[in-house]
Design a protein around this ligand. Sequence first.
Ligand code: NAD
Ligand code: MG
Length: 402
Amino acid sequence: MPQLQQVTVLGATGSIGSSTLDVISRHPERYQVFALTAHTSINKLKALCLEYRPRFAVVADTADAQRLQSDLRAAGVATDVLAGPQGLCEVAAHPEVDAVMAAIVGAAGLESTMAAVCGGKKILLANKEALVMSGALFMRAVREHGAQLLPIDSEHNAIFQCLPCNYAEGLAPVGVRRILLTASGGPFRNSSYAELERVTPAQACAHPNWSMGQKISVDSATMMNKGLELIEACWLFAARPDQIEVVIHPQSVIHSLVDYVDGSVLAQLGNPDMRTPIAHAMAWPERIASGVAPLDLCALARMDFIAPDFERFACLRLAIAAAQAGGSAPIVLNAANEVAVAAFLQERIRFTQIPQLIEDVLGLERGSQVDSLEGVVEMDQQARQNANAWLSKQSISAGVRA
Ligand code: NAD
Ligand code: MG
């Protein structure tokens, strides 16, 4: 009999959160939900609490927490409801928790993910932005606190499956020449720059292969997602940026590949459904059913591979440059991107202005080293201020032109 594991799901109401709960529901003998968290989707969280009856639930706002608490009590559910970032850290690091699914989107997930790391938990890492922002600190904390880090991002989960277990000292000692990081290319893979200028938020969020949250959908459309993933892969697999090559593979069936010095190339394949990497990471080193349909190669019929275009997808170029620069550049890149994506979704800027904003904010960056979590948060805030100042200037000059 497998041992019952207590699981906290940070970001339970999101796309990854839902897929995680789907996998958990299939294996009640292995996993019990300890805590569920949400930001503002209170009704969705309430429904999840009624279904999974966790020990704790966490929401952002104190008044929301009080309302949810009395609703749950009235329904006979014993869940304790906490509020705010402190509550997130508490359920991430709670002594009774075995595994934490880090599935909050963006920099908002940094503190709670780090709390889970410092609690020495099994970290199921979906929140790539946390690792992009705090890479060196994060990896050091994983080692110091004996946490176990398992990648959920489908590409990184694939690479993890294709690497030998002793890759921690770098790729060369284990005979790896390079990592091939696959990208779908997003919905605008074949669009001209003129077409990209007119893209709407609804079009950007309609990914051809994956169903995901809004922010990562826009990141996939700009290919910033692949840039963030390249930085994520450098930290997870002790790789240099030049050891990772991005390849566009529109069918999203090969989730990434590892190229060895003897010419062997290992790949992980599967239908594009996040329940596969989630189930893999949750049960590792064992294997469990995920509910994902078996891959039908004959129905797939063909697989294509194309080199990325760094002109049309400038975000990818900017992210690779930030990976090479290191220090605070990835923090600034990530913060500027979050502000730019939110502004695009609110129709304040055009799709093609996303990389322009990021490039200008990166241009203000002094190349400093950041060696504490407080320093990371400060640098993130500074970059957001610069990005917002960029937006204000933009709307003033747009007003002048009008
Ligand atoms: P989502 O938008 O669907 O869900 C985000 C979750 O985070 C929600 O539960 C929301 O309530 C919570 N949240 C949002 N802002 C918050 C805040 N300020 N404080 C606390 N909680 C907050 O996002 P998603 O698509 O599930 O992505 C989650 C993470 O997983 C992202 O980092 C993304 O890059 C990564 N990821 C997602 C996929 C995917 O297929 N969706 C694949 C790979 C990696
Ligand atoms: Mg991915």
